[in-house]
Structures are given as C-alpha cells and as structure tokens.
Design a protein around this ligand. Sequence first.
Ligand SMILES: NC(=O)c1ccc[n+]([C@@H]2O[C@H](COP(=O)([O-])OP(=O)(O)OC[C@H]3O[C@@H](n4cnc5c(N)ncnc54)[C@H](O)[C@@H]3O)[C@@H](O)[C@H]2O)c1
Length: 431
Amino acid sequence: MQTPSNMSDRDPRVLRAGMVGMGMIFDETYRPFFEAVDRRPLYDPAFGVCHAPLVAVATRTGRRAEAYRRHAPGGVGAFHSYEGRDAAARLAASGVDAVCVATPDDRHFEAAQAALAAGRHLLVEKPSVLRLAELDELAALARQQQVLAKVVYHKLLDPDHKRLRTFCVDGVLQHVNNGYCSLLEPKSISGSQFAEWIVGRNPGTYVAVHYIKLIDFTFGLALKRVACTGQRGVVGPADGPTWDSTQLRLVYAHADGREAAFDIHASWVTPDNFPGYVEQEVQFRFDNGVWNGHSRKRGVELTVEGLTPTQLKTTLNNHYNAPVLEPWGERAQRGYGVEVIERFMREVAMVEFGGPPTRRAERLAAAGKLAYNDLAADRQVVAAVEAMEAILARHAAGQPDCTVEVNAPDGGLVLRTPGSEAAEVLYRPQV
Ligand SMILES: NC(=O)c1ccc[n+]([C@@H]2O[C@H](COP(=O)([O-])OP(=O)(O)OC[C@H]3O[C@@H](n4cnc5c(N)ncnc54)[C@H](O)[C@@H]3O)[C@@H](O)[C@H]2O)c1
C-alpha cells in the first residue's frame, strides 16, 4: 500500500500489545479482540493498515497463559509469557508498545505504573486505581512519557447508554435530579472466580463503579458527598473486612447549585441460578422525564432444557460480547465489551501512525481530551471509590455511617465520623 504523504513512514504499522492478567475479563473481551485483529488488522484512512499482535502476557503463575496458548487460533498463541510477582514490570520492559492491565482492582496501580514508566501506552480495567494520589502519579507519568493512559468503562459504549447521553446532550432530557442503579453479580464471582483475591474487597468498587462512571460522564455534575453501607457474612465473616453487598449514595451539584442524588446498589452473592448473568437496572429522573433502563430484560428470553439458567442464561445480554455466527458464515465474538478495546487500539494507532511524526504531540493531545476513557478525566470516579473504600474500612473497624465530603474547606476528600468533630483528610488537593 502506498503511504499518503501526510502519514508516518513507520511501516509496517504494528502496535505490539502486552496483557497483564488473563482472567475472566481477558477471556470475555481482550481475547476476542486479539483473535479478531489477528484475522483482520485495524484500518483507518488516517493510519492505514495497522496490526496489533499480542506479543507478551504477564500472570501470577503462567498457568492461564499456557492453557490459552494451547487453543489460541491463528498466530495469537505466539506470545512470550512472564510469570511471578514482577511479571508486569518485566513485560513492560520488553518490546511492547501498549500494555493492557486486567489484574484484580487493588493491583492495577503497580502494573500501570510499570507500563507508563517504561513509556508504553496504557489501558487499565475499571476502576483505574483506588486512590487519587495514585491517579495523580499515573497521569503525571503519562504526561512525562508522552503516551496515552486510558481506562475501560465499557458500559459507556452500551447503545442504550449512548442514547441516554445523546438525549441529555441534546436537551431532550433536562436536569437530572436523582436516580437508582443496581448491579447484582452471581455468587460464583465472589465464591470461586475471585476467591483468591476477595479478602478485604467489596462489590461496590468492582461493579458499582460502572454506574459511578455512567453518572459522572453522562450528567457532568460536581461530586459533593459520599455515603455507603453494606452487608457481610456470606463471602466472609459478618464482622470482617469483606463485603457481600454495598449501598452507595452519591450527591452531586449542578452548575446552578441544585443537587442530584444517586443510590447504587451492588452485590456479588446473587444465586447462581438467577435468570441473567448480571442484574443491571437504572432509573434516572429529570425535571422533564424519566429514563428506565434494564440491561438484562432487553427482550430476549431463552429456555433450553438442562442448560438455562446456569450454563446459559435465560435473559441474555447480547450487546456485551456475544459469540455469534455472522450471516456471512464467520464466527465472531462481538459487542461493546470488545469494541471498547478496539477503540483504544485505534486511538493509539492514530497517535503513532495517523499523520507525520512532527505532529504526534497534537494527535496525543487530541486523544487525551477524550473524557470517556482518559485517566486524567477519571478523578471524580476515583474520588468516589476512594471515599467508599475508606467508609467501608471504618465500618469494618466498628465505625459505621461515616461520610466523605468532597472539596470541603479542609481538603479535597474529608472523612467525617458521626458524633465526632474530628475529620480525616484522605486527599488534600481539590478533586
Ligand atoms: N470491564 C468489566 O466489566 C469488567 C468485568 C470483569 C472484570 N473487570 C476488571 O478486570 C480486572 C480483572 O478481573 P477478572 O475478572 O479478569 O479477574 P480474575 O481473577 O479472573 O483474573 C485476574 C488475573 O490477574 C492475574 N494477576 C493477579 N495478580 C497479578 C500480578 N500481580 N501480576 C500479573 N498478573 C496478576 C491473575 O493471574 C489472573 O490471570 C479487575 O480490575 C476487574 O474489575 C472488568
């Protein structure tokens, strides 16, 4: 192919990808992406044909990497596998251009820091990190190294949520006042899938965060206060640090000073024979309307003797990452969960190959302005997560019902305990 005159001359255009963590989310979204891009590379008139091979992976034991390699199709199994505690750092130091991090949420920071410090573009699973100080450090590293640092919130690409945001941006739905969201994961998640890293964790950080981001990105409000409570006793002891379910309340302010409040309920102890995989429901109430969304009941109901609702679900989410036989005979696994990863690779390809090298900084700045996935735009979400984590830790230590005030006179995140004058500043700068 001839290189247009405005394009980088780096040819062939290849983005060598590294993957840290090969668990459930790798299997559901990254694996289908790498398998699809192996068959059909990315193409855009601006950057031409761009390959994005998976050249290296890092996991704790290497077992999942070898299990996948055995049946990876095409050339996808030709990756180098790093294992052990420092696997992510060794992967970052190897010849990769972009690193995807899908380790448990309290292990994102180390791997992300290693990737950025080595000058690699970064894509990290939600929630990006658990503390604002960590977010600041990663954002500063990305600026220094002139690379992209992005986070995956695939629900922003759900067609229903795109429509909701379009109605808000176009003024069809006006001035959100309040709402609720629920996200209920099956017991198998806390009981077997995540059993290794579940101690001290909670389903709010794991899944409520999807809706924290949806609210943050869709409505563009300023976070003011965070409250949270929860229940224990199924996943771990009733007085321990591991949570079965959480109820989070976020209060925001509109630019005109009016407030909006949202309750987000999350659980990972829903029975495994629940008719859908994840219960995902929202209701948002506006000055002039109501949006009711149910991601599980989108219209399909399936019954198969001996298979539903365990191996197959009764109410399927065919929008997320459904394996399908395309009408033209090809097997594919497609949906917004895969699209969001492809989109990141396209953004990286645009930075590296979408024009002359002399204008790379402009292209990097343009990609960095995309608030839906840029790490620097994840501040309010990480603030809510950090507040929720601190409130739950206090609760587990015997002080329930603490609240966090955001951008208070005494700090950016201030934890207040009921019945006490004393306050703890979790994060000093403004959020
Ligand atoms: N986008 C989504 O909707 C979605 C859904 C599920 C999970 N996730 C996110 O993906 C991340 C991983 O979740 P999962 O469901 O795949 O978990 P998992 O437990 O199935 O897999 C975790 C993987 O990380 C690896 N790992 C753990 N510590 C490591 C380390 N220090 N270095 C290298 N590898 C390490 C493990 O070997 C394993 O391969 C979490 O942050 C989670 O929040 C996102």
